[in-house]
Write a protein that binds this ligand. Structure first.
Ligand code: HMG
Ligand code: MG
Length: 297
């Protein structure tokens, strides 16, 4: 892969919308996804197959999958919390499946109603199923730096979980800073260890911007050779089960910074402010990373 190319995986339709006060309907989410495809994102997480009782905003994942044509240019992924979610996603035609174990007992309990060991085992079972039918598999490790319930997380636990997910078939590990508690030093430190253990090509990062360090954290990750990032259009996002989880790193800020640093993303920057506008109208709230106004000019 060209060292200057950075893959932006847009997670707005999933992480961005799962915890908004106003619920965006499935047809509106589909419209958003089509706009994101048109802006040339190489990857989009379009939905999660979760319990509508737990996350009402994600209802209609099947409808979204149904409304999307096969798209060879864009990697369309979905998130699943358990085997039932995997089965629903598979039956809806998903081609890329993400599992989401967290690194602590309490976060797993709060998020997916399983303990740490059960969450890892269940994720590994799903990954094996995913690979057995030749689908692509992504493994998040949530609260990779800090848990809202148990505090700082030991790097050894992250390495262990990542190793298990990879052995079970994950094509990619996404280290997730669920509550935006990482800083450039802690990002560099964990990623260095992960790169030493697993290599940089299968690693990706997912930053929330709670403490305004997400862009700085991206720079720390770039320095360690990471070339794949999740982000959310308009800086939307947050996990409903992780207190203090503010919005994700805003895609427009990430894409613009990478462009100005000389990296190639192929994302159409000029189309992003209009997509932010669309989300603002749908959600009836003001959004946008720091770059939205500047990009509009
Ligand atoms: P549970 O209540 O333990 O589930 O919830 P259960 O197995 O006991 O089943 C209860 C009912 O839910 C049953 O229905 C099941 O069929 C149904 P009933 O018989 O009562 O009619 N059910 C489902 N329905 C739809 N989809 C499913 C599913 N599973 C069971 N997959 C469960 C467990 C995992 C379902 C629930 O806790 C849940 O849906 N949690 C979702 C958690 C979530 O979406 N969190 C946010 C995403 S993760 C995140 O944001 C972090 C990330 O961004 C990275 C980062 O920032 O860290 C990725
Ligand atoms: Mg998240």
């Amino acid at each position: 892969m060209n060292d200057d190319y950075v893959f932006i995986n847009e997670v707005g339709p999933r992480d961005g919308l799962q915890n908004q006060k106003t619920i965006m309907s499935a047809p509106a989410r589909l419209e958003l996804i089509k706009k994101l495809i048109d802006a040339n994102f190489p990857g989009i997480e379009v939905a999660s197959f979760v319990s509508p009782k737990a996350v009402p905003a994600m209802e209609g994942a099947g409808e979204i999958m149904h409304g999307l044509n096969e798209n060879k240019e864009c990697e369309i992924s979905v998130l699943v919390p358990n085997l039932k979610g995997f089965e629903l996603a598979r039956d809806a035609g998903a081609k890329i499946i993400s599992v989401v174990p967290s690194a602590t007992e309490t976060m797993n309990q709060k998020n997916i109603n399983m303990g740490l060991e059960a969450a890892i085992n269940s994720s590994c079972d799903i990954l094996k199923e995913t690979k057995s039918i030749k689908l692509k598999a992504r493994g998040y490790v949530a609260v990779a730096w800090e848990c809202p319930f148990e505090g700082k997380v030991d790097k050894k636990i992250i390495l262990k979980i990542a190793e298990k997910l990879l052995l079970a078939g994950a094509d990619e590990i996404i280290l997730a800073d669920t509550i935006g508690a990482a800083n450039p030093s802690s990002v560099g430190s964990l990623i260095k260890d992960c790169v030493n253990e697993f290599g940089q090509d299968i690693l990706s990062v997912h930053f929330h911007d709670t403490r305004a360090m997400a862009l700085a954290n991206v720079c720390a990750a770039l320095t360690e050779g990471i070339r794949k990032f999740d982000s959310c259009i308009g800086g939307l996002g947050g996990c409903p089960f992780a207190p203090g989880a503010a919005g994700n790193l805003a895609t427009e800020d990430l894409a613009n910074m990478l462009y100005q640093m000389g990296f190639v993303t192929n994302v159409h920057l000029e189309k992003l402010p209009k997509i932010v506008d669309f989300c603002e109208t749908q959600l009836n709230t003001s959004l946008g990373g720091r770059m939205t106004a500047w990009l509009s000019n």
